[in-house]
Design a protein around this ligand. Structure first.
Ligand code: 0O2
Length: 220
């Protein structure tokens, strides 16, 4: 296929438009990353304890956005995606224990410049396949030369065991293009249950060593 100069120019225009659109999300993500960094550093200093194992962040790829837009029947305009797709900026916080995941959620969402748009607690209510994580879409203010914008960022809180499971399940899901054989699905569910049991045992052990029961979050 040979593209004429108009098509090439339009493709460039679209790419620039999308890159401009992503910029706000990049800034929003950076604001949340800074908040998490501050919490991590302050926690280590004040409590001599670090509840965060690692943090990863990503901007949704154009491919993944296209899949979502199609799945949800959303119009492809920038404005429509802005109002209907809330996980363009995503941060995943992998914590040591389940109570740390809820505690981090509280510490972040209590900050008065943060607005919580939605919460999905897949730790309390795992998905049927065994998936566990606490998801929150939060809005953070970003100050641009044109004024203040409120940017949604999806933050996922989970434990190391939940993360291990989710990353393997994601690969299997992708390999089988969502048609995972029933036997494998059942094994994955069993593995999710084992991961949950391990989380409980590790947190109990930690509580025994530190002479206190595992802390339960206020909201969890
Ligand atoms: P990627 O590559 O991270 O973009 P909503 O946005 O609320 O309208 P959605 O997208 O179904 O609808 O939201 P939900 O349930 O909060 O899940 C979004 C993200 O959670 C997914 O991102 C995954 O990162 C993770 N997730 C949810 N369910 C599963 C699961 O069963 N297995 C695994 N491994 N991860 C899951 P995306 O958009 O799929 O991908």
């Amino acid at each position: 296929m040979v593209l004429d100069s108009h098509a090439v120019a339009r493709a460039r225009e679209l790419r620039e438009e999308y890159e401009g659109f992503l910029l706000e999300y990049r800034f929003g993500m950076r604001e949340i990353e800074t908040k998490i960094d501050i919490l991590r550093e302050e926690f280590a200093h004040t409590h001599a304890y670090n509840p965060i194992e690692h943090v990863t962040s990503r901007l949704k790829s154009l491919d993944s956005l296209a899949v979502k837009v199609e799945r949800k029947g959303i119009a492809t305009s920038i404005e429509s995606m802005r109002s209907h797709v809330t996980d363009i900026a995503g941060i995943r916080i992998t914590c040591t224990f389940v109570s740390d995941a809820y505690r981090l959620f509280d510490l972040l969402t209590r900050q008065d410049d943060i607005v919580v748009r939605s919460v999905k607690d897949y730790i309390a209510e795992p998905k049927p396949n065994g998936y566990k994580s606490l998801h929150a879409v939060v809005e953070v203010p970003v100050f641009l030369s044109s004024g203040r914008v409120h940017v949604p960022v999806e933050v996922q809180f989970r434990t190391i065991a939940m993360d291990f499971w989710a990353s393997l399940e994601h690969k299997i899901h992708y390999k089988y293009q969502a048609r995972v054989p029933p036997g494998l699905r059942a094994s994955l569910k069993e593995a999710a249950d084992s991961a949950a049991e391990l989380d409980e045992r590790m947190e109990r052990l930690h509580g025994q060593v530190h002479g206190s029961p595992a802390r339960r979050p206020e909201s969890g």
